[in-house]
Write a protein that binds this ligand. Structure first.
Ligand SMILES: NC(=O)c1ccc[n+]([C@@H]2O[C@H](COP(=O)([O-])OP(=O)(O)OC[C@H]3O[C@@H](n4cnc5c(N)ncnc54)[C@H](O)[C@@H]3O)[C@@H](O)[C@H]2O)c1
Length: 347
């Protein structure tokens, strides 16, 4: 069976993807320095998948840190998640973000070529499209790439350009998956996103408010030009995202698959407003959330949602789980976090 190196495997999306990889019969090696995760997620993955896997606690942005991993293992494919994902942090500290994200991707590409690994799935993001204008919606892969709005988004644009350039000079094939807004948790309620040092994502904020860890939550602006005045995003269940990675790997492993570099949007194609997301949560949990409405926040885009047809055509993948399922699973996970002793909004 094939062995897959997963970078950032203890993190939110990495952990759900490892469960799917193990259940699909792959051997997994995870590398993570736990900058934004904890080793407990490995125990939860193993419990859910009923299988163990190899782990390395290393910082892959450091030159030569990956040597031991490639020396000790015969790797057939790489899923490269490891990155710092907080947009505001990247604005506050661009050097830290660039050093980490660019060097991590640089090293992954370097070692893939040195050790003849021919398949990489790269975690990209809809942030590569920049400040999307209404005329760009829904966002397709060929939608114009505008100036990156943050060092984080720029690091994803860089990652794509760098990896594509490596495919020109080697046998490497790359699928870059541009996620829209991953949310939710495994439907079992036994695995999800741990409170992050740097989270400013909507769904953890909703569930933390509902469970009493926050007094209230803010909605930034109700005067946007949308159906209820709040911003529109394309939410997608984390388990759907995980499945897309397994399908992407399978595609790269197909003998007659020849394309060297492709980008693929991972979204549902449907925009959901912030108020709709909160209403769905309240319906599924039966808990009322204390919401306050404030002014628009700098840097927010009014609406962004995908056109996910390429994912269907290339990977035979489409988002299956709806917003109610996302909210239901997120609420189960929030209650599990309290059971596990996580009583704070941040790690
Ligand atoms: N979650 C989202 O909303 C979202 C949206 C679009 C794209 N992405 C991308 O998906 C990927 C995974 O995101 P996530 O939500 O799981 O984030 P996460 O922070 O939960 O997971 C990332 C993991 O990578 C690890 N890591 C970071 N730098 C590292 C390094 N130098 N060496 C080793 N490990 C390192 C972190 O400790 C963490 O466990 C990231 O590349 C992120 O940019 C995420």
């Amino acid at each position: 069976m094939k062995t897959i190196l997963v970078t950032g495997g203890a993190g939110y999306i990495g952990s759900h993807t490892i469960v799917d990889l193990l259940k699909s019969g792959y051997e997994v090696i995870s590398v993570d320095n736990h900058y934004n995760s904890i080793a407990l997620s490995y125990d939860l993955i193993q419990k859910l998948a009923g299988k163990s896997f190899k782990k390395y606690n290393i910082d892959i942005a450091q030159e030569n840190a990956l040597k031991v991993v490639f020396e000790e293992n015969d790797i057939h494919g790489i899923i490269h998640f490891a990155a710092l994902k907080s947009v505001p942090d990247s604005v506050a500290n661009p050097i830290f973000c660039f050093k980490n994200n660019n060097n991590a991707t640089l090293n992954i590409g370097d070692y893939a070529l040195k050790y003849g690994v021919q398949n990489i799935v790269f975690s990209s993001s809809c942030s590569v499209y920049g400040n999307v204008e209404p005329a760009d919606l829904p966002v397709q892969e060929q939608t114009k790439i505008r100036k990156a709005e943050s060092p984080y988004a720029y690091s994803k644009q860089n990652g794509e350009v760098y990896l594509e350039s490596l495919t020109d000079i080697s046998d490497l094939k790359v699928l870059a998956l541009r996620y829209f807004n991953p949310v939710g948790a495994d439907d079992s309620g036994e695995l999800g996103e741990f409170p992050s040092k740097h989270s400013n994502n909507l769904v953890p904020i909703i569930t933390q408010t509902a469970i009493g860890l926050r007094d209230h939550m803010m909605v930034f602006g109700k005067d946007w030009n949308t159906r209820d005045g709040s911003c529109v995003r394309d939410y997608i269940h984390v388990s759907d995202i995980a499945e897309a990675h397994v399908l992407a790997l399978k595609k790269l492993f197909e003998e007659d698959y020849e394309s060297k570099f492709e980008v693929v949007n991972l979204g549902s194609g449907a925009g959901v407003t912030v108020f709709e997301a909160i209403n769905s949560f309240e319906k599924m949990s039966g808990v009322k959330v204390n919401v306050k409405v404030g002014k628009r926040r700098d840097g927010d885009v009014e609406s962004i949602y995908s056109w996910p047809v390429k994912a269907k055509e290339l990977l035979n993948w489409a988002a299956k789980k709806d917003v109610d399922t996302m909210m239901d699973s997120a609420w189960k996970w929030q209650k599990k976090l309290i059971e596990l002793g996580f009583n704070a909004t941040k790690l």
